[in-house]
Design a protein around this ligand. Structure first.
Ligand SMILES: Cc1ncc(COP(=O)(O)O)c(C=O)c1O
Length: 443
């Protein structure tokens, strides 16, 4: 591999000009300084030839490691046939993928719609819910939710600081959820779960005008801090939806396709929502997202939901190959094995590294909360940024939580097919980095 071939002074100038003109500061973080040129499996390389072990799976999307040859070949074969078809037409990969998703979907979630981004999949889910509950006006979401960055999904997420878009965003009703690590008033987790369910039901009856269409939630709030919602809460919400004829939407964009150690979090928890969103891990790095909806729901009519590139055949061919590979390589099993190893190592580490306050799963949905001390649980946000920075210097990309949550979460979420050596190396680096941060007195 010759990474430096792009590194001429001419192209450097062009790259610099390009950088200066970008309108987005992606997350205002250190990644913006890195220009990636190549990815393979669990690794990415930058234009300086530096190699990084990617424990972010590029926004938790490369469940199957990057550039898997089966996916690349399927995409190239599709490129040679047809790359674009407007959504009025069917294509072969569209129909193949739909049949495949139907085969693996939980319960009766057999009606399937597509788009290219998770945020739009969430919008599609909300539109379908409204269509099926005419005359009602509200969607209830959880306080620490993250559902995307389109105008509507941003409003459905955790309150954005100094939100400049508020005047043109719809309003959502946010309800509290249990947080086993920081329970309210020192309650035990089951008591807090009951309290939150009671508050939810009261909100449905007394807290909104105009009736509730849906409750929308992530089964594991991801960007909001990997919150470990107890099963009693997840089951209780399902029950409340059933009793009140309300649609339950699970946003599985981050938890789908093996990340939890099951194909979907719905399988992991044994709960079937009425509509589920998917995205990220489905297509081996190609843009694709969508919804799985219950057969009981009425679908869209012409013109209600159609996007020019919404059924990108290349991404769909890549998705068929990705799902086949996830099944053939037993990536759900690998997520469970790597996850068990990682959490065991992290617990051992926690005996020595006092910064570690909590360790979370399941599967390879792995994270740790850093705290200034274990009694106050005050978030160690500076330490978390340092983990990211020092990890980068040592060639490992760790995830951080920067949207909602407390800013002190470190995510260790490499591709599910990473090797045991890579997993072990990432944890060695984390241990090392935490040690050096503690020695420097940073919290
Ligand atoms: C749970 C959840 N929903 C929605 C989204 C938005 O997806 P996208 O960035 O593809 O629009 C994300 C992305 O992080 C997510 O984690």
């Amino acid at each position: 591999m010759n990474i430096s071939q792009t590194d001429t002074s001419h192209s450097r100038n062009i790259l610099e000009q390009g950088k200066q003109s970008l309108i987005h500061d992606p997350l205002g973080g250190d990644e913006a300084k890195i220009t990636l040129v190549r990815a393979k499996g669990s690794y990415v390389w930058d234009d300086q030839g530096r190699q990084y072990l990617d424990c972010t799976s590029q926004a938790w999307s490369n469940n199957l490691g990057a550039n898997d040859p089966r996916v690349v070949e399927a995409a190239i074969a599709q490129l040679r046939e047809i790359t674009h078809a407007r959504p009025n037409f069917n294509t072969i990969p569209l129909l193949k993928l739909t049949a495949k998703l139907r085969e693996i979907s939980p319960g009766d979630l057999n009606r399937i719609g597509y788009c290219l981004h998770g945020s739009l999949a969430v919008e599609m889910a909300m539109k379908l819910a409204f269509k099926n509950k005419p005359g009602r006006h509200n969607i209830i979401v959880l306080q620490d939710a993250y559902h995307g960055r389109s105008l509507t999904t941003m409003a459905a997420s955790w309150p954005h600081p100094n939100n400049p878009f508020l005047p043109i965003q719809p309003r959502f009703t946010r309800v509290p959820h249990p947080d086993p690590y920081r329970p309210r008033l020192g309650m035990d987790v089951e008591m807090e779960s009951k309290l939150c369910l009671r508050l939810l039901e009261e909100t449905i009856h007394k807290g909104v005008d105009g009736g509730v269409v849906a409750i929308m939630m992530e089964p594991i709030p991801g960007n909001g801090g990997h919150i470990d919602l107890p099963l009693s809460f997840l089951r209780g919400v399902r029950d409340i939806c059933d009793r009140n004829d309300i649609i339950l939407i699970w946003d599985e964009i981050q938890s789908c396709f093996g990340r939890t150690g099951a194909m979907f979090a719905a399988d992991y928890f044994g709960i079937v929502p009425d509509i589920m969103t998917f995205g990220k891990g489905i297509s081996g790095g190609f843009p694709l997202a969508g919804i799985l909806a219950s057969e009981r729901l009425t679908g869209f009519e012409s013109g209600e939901d159609a996007l020019t590139f919404g059924q990108f055949p290349v991404a769909m061919a890549a998705a068929v190959a990705t799902i086949d590979a996830i099944i053939a390589d037993d990536l759900c099993g690998k997520a469970r094995d790597h996850g068990a190893f990682a959490t065991q190592r992290l617990h051992e580490m926690a005996d020595r590294r006092k910064l570690i306050g909590d360790i979370r799963g399941p599967g390879l949905f792995v994270s740790l909360e850093l705290v200034k001390d274990r009694v106050s649980k005050e978030p160690a946000t500076k330490a978390a940024s340092e983990v990211y920075r020092r990890g980068l210097e040592k060639g490992v990309l760790f995830g951080e939580s920067r949207y909602a949550g407390l800013g002190n979460l470190i995510k260790v979420k490499p591709p599910l097919d990473c090797t045991h050596e890579d997993m072990s190396h990432a944890l060695d680096v984390l241990d090392d980095v935490l040690g050096s941060i503690e020695a420097d007195g940073i919290a």
